[in-house]
Every structure is written in C-alpha cells, then in structure tokens.
Design a protein around this ligand. Structure first.
Ligand code: SAH
Length: 379
C-alpha cells in the first residue's frame, strides 16, 4: 500500500468520511516526480474536472486509493511489485489449488498474480472505489471464475468461505507502520487463516541509523527562522516534529545501523505494533549528525528460496524512500563514539492511522555531551 504516498495517504482527516480510512494528509512527503506531485495535488475538493460521472471530488479527496494515481505509483514501483510477482510466480507450490485472500487488493494485481500461479480461488477485498475497477480488470483478463472481488472493509465484509490457506497483502506504509494497515492484516489472519496457513510477507524489519544532513535541514527546518525577514519559527517547531519522507544518500550515513524491531506477521498481535526498543549506534567516522533515519525491509521466508526487499539507502529506491527524523541539536561525533537510546512507536490514541514516535538518546562524546528526548508525529 504510498514522496507517495504523499499519496499512499493524502486523504482528509475526517475518518467518518473515509470509507476505508486510507490515511490522512501527509503534506511533508516529498514527491520526486513533479508530474506525479501535480497529479496528486490536483485531487482536491476544488478540482471537479478530474472526476468521473459517478464519483464526486470528495470521494477522491477523502479516499486517496479510489484514484488511479496512487495505484500507478505503486505498480510502477518495480522493486515492490516485481518482488511480489517473483514471490508468487517462483513459488507456485504455495498457491496451487489454494484459497487465497488478498487484503487491500487495489487494482487486483496481486490477485491476478495468484490466479495465474494456479490458486483455486482468490478473494480480493478492497474498500475504495478502485474495487469497481478491479472487478472490471479481473473480467477483462478472463479470471472471473477464479477471482472474486469484494468491495468493502476487511473488518466489515463477509467471506463466502470460513477459511483461507494463504493471505497476501501489501500493507506497508511510510516508516513501515504509517497508516496502520498491518492491523487489518492481523484481523484477517485471526479470522480466516487456517492453522499453519501462509501469510505473505511474513516478516518486516525496521532499521534505524543517523545521518549528516546539514543542507537539507537548513532548507526544510531552519528556513522558518527567517522568511523574507520575518520570524516564522513557530512553524519550525511543527516541521521538526514531522518525520520527513525522502531519499537519503548512502554517503550521509554516519553511524552503524540497527535493526530496531522485527515484526513476525504470522505470530504477532495488534498490540505489538506499539513498542519501545533500545538502540546503540556507533560512529563510523568523525562527522556531524542532524537526524535519525529509518527504513524497513520485508521478507517472504516461506518461499523455496527466501525473497526480500529493502527500502534502505543501499538498495534501489522505492516509493517508500526513507524516513528522516531531525534532531534539535546537531551532534559533533567522533569515530567509534556511541549513541545510546530508546525508540518508542505507537499509534495515536485518537487517530490510530497517525503514528507517535519518541526517541530518547544520549551521547557522551569528546565534543558533544547530549541527552535529549524528541517527539515526532506522522500524519
Ligand atoms: N494490493 C494492491 C494495493 C496495495 S495498497 C497492490 O499491491 O498494488 C493497499 C490497499 O488496501 C489500498 O487500495 C486500500 O484502499 C486498501 N485498504 C486499506 N485498508 C483496507 C481495509 N481495512 N479493508 C479493505 N481494503 C483496505
């Protein structure tokens, strides 16, 4: 599931109007591709010309997944989509004569892969208007007897079968957990997956490191201190509190990486989406640190040979990019010095699609002695 996702999530906050609560405005997310940015921006309440006969602009505004633009971005993310395709086509034994549930089917692409790989039946559940397109796509491609598209929320629909053998889903958001769709997958698992059934992907790993980012911090954060001669630093505070989704150059990394959280999708409970984890990051050179940076990897360990992909800066870029969390203080760190800390991640109590992230850290170095707590909110 998508800066995307400026896009995977740029719908309005009013949950009651979001048919499947696909997310809230993620204004900070940078979009590399200007054309995409324009397209995404143009989906606003004032922009009726974009909209088809049966849907109003509000439908799209409040439910970003109803518009094809976000699906285009996801489908064109080759790392993402090809990995799922390889998982399915190279491991037909997982699908042959099996009943599959596609959680959040979008255009139906994963269901089509599964059908082609020999699944007995695929239930494709999608809550946005895109479900109508998925139905048509399934029909056009001659899979109507194998794939049943169900329009509605996973939490609300009835499946015509009591159990499924396989659950497949692309639920990952920025910083892995933004949008909190993982809970929808866990709900489906607990309700329909047979004992020893397979869930794809089955592991997600969140990583943390630090970066030098003077130039961009100046541009995105310090900018607010002096705007055409005026002090707008009250906005600086807000900018600081919002994780920035953008690509980071490998050369910016200052310390070691740490795998801060491993989520086992076949075992975990919805409570495990909230966690506190300690970290220890060792400086690889003398440098300045402006931010923490997070990314995630996804694994399909049930495959004949394990398949995975990474959204980290060492791998080909994906639409998830990386997530940058700026520090109030610039750290002057010397090679081999260590930053100790804890990271807490939890869904916002009022709006569980929003993420609260807290990092406390200590550096007792030769040139910087800092102990601080920083709060971030992803929305
Ligand atoms: N599987 C598609 C789409 C992934 S994006 C692909 O890989 O291209 C995630 C999709 O899940 C979105 O289309 C979104 O509308 C849908 N979704 C999110 N929460 C849902 C829920 N609770 N019930 C049904 N669909 C949901």
């Amino acid at each position: 599931m998508m800066g995307r996702r400026k896009s995977k999530a740029f719908a309005q906050e009013n949950q009651s109007l979001v048919p499947c609560s696909s997310g809230t405005e993620s204004a900070r997310v940078e979009v590399e591709d200007e054309a995409m940015e324009e397209r995404v921006e143009s989906v606003s309440l004032d922009d009726s010309p974009l909209i088809g006969a049966e849907n109003t602009s509000a439908d799209y505004y409040f439910d970003s997944y109803s518009h094809f633009g976000i699906h285009e971005e996801m489908l064109k993310d080759v790392v993402r989509t090809k990995t799922y395709q390889n998982v399915i086509y190279q491991n037909k034994f997982l699908f042959k004569n099996k009943v599959v549930l596609d959680v959040g089917a979008g255009t139906g692409i994963l269901s089509l892969f599964c059908a082609k790989a020999g699944a007995k039946h695929v239930y494709a559940v999608e809550c946005s208007q895109m479900a109508d397109m998925a139905k048509e796509i399934v029909q056009t491609n001659g899979y109507s007897d194998v794939i049943t598209v169900l329009k509605g929320k996973v939490e609300e629909i009835e499946l015509p079968v009591a159990h499924v053998d396989v659950i497949i889903s692309e639920w990952m958001g920025y910083f892995l957990l933004f949008e909190n769709m993982l809970n929808t997958v866990l709900y489906a698992r607990d309700k329909w997956l047979i004992n020893n059934g397979i869930i794809l992907p089955d592991k997600a790993l969140l990583y943390l490191t630090t970066i030098e980012d003077a130039e961009y911090k100046e541009d995105k954060i310090e900018f607010w201190n002096d705007v055409y001669g005026f002090d707008m630093s009250c906005i600086r505070k807000q900018a600081m509190a919002e994780p920035l989704v953008d690509t980071v150059d490998l050369k910016q990394i200052v310390t070691s990486d740490i795998m801060i959280k491993m989520m086992d999708i076949s075992e975990m409970t919805s409570g495990d989406v909230s966690f506190t984890a300690p970290f220890k990051l060792v400086a690889e050179r003398n440098d300045f640190i402006h931010a923490f940076m997070a990314y995630f990897n996804v694994q399909f360990t049930q495959c004949h040979r394990e398949i995975s992909f990474s959204t980290g800066p060492r791998s080909k870029a994906t639409h998830w990019k990386q997530t940058v969390l700026y520090l109030d203080e610039v750290l002057t760190i010397c090679k081999d010095e260590v930053i100790y800390g804890n990271m807490t991640v939890e869904p916002n109590k009022k709006n569980p699609r929003d993420l609260e992230i807290t990092i406390d850290y200590t550096l007792n170095g030769k040139r910087s002695q800092v102990s601080s707590t920083q709060h971030y909110k992803m929305r």
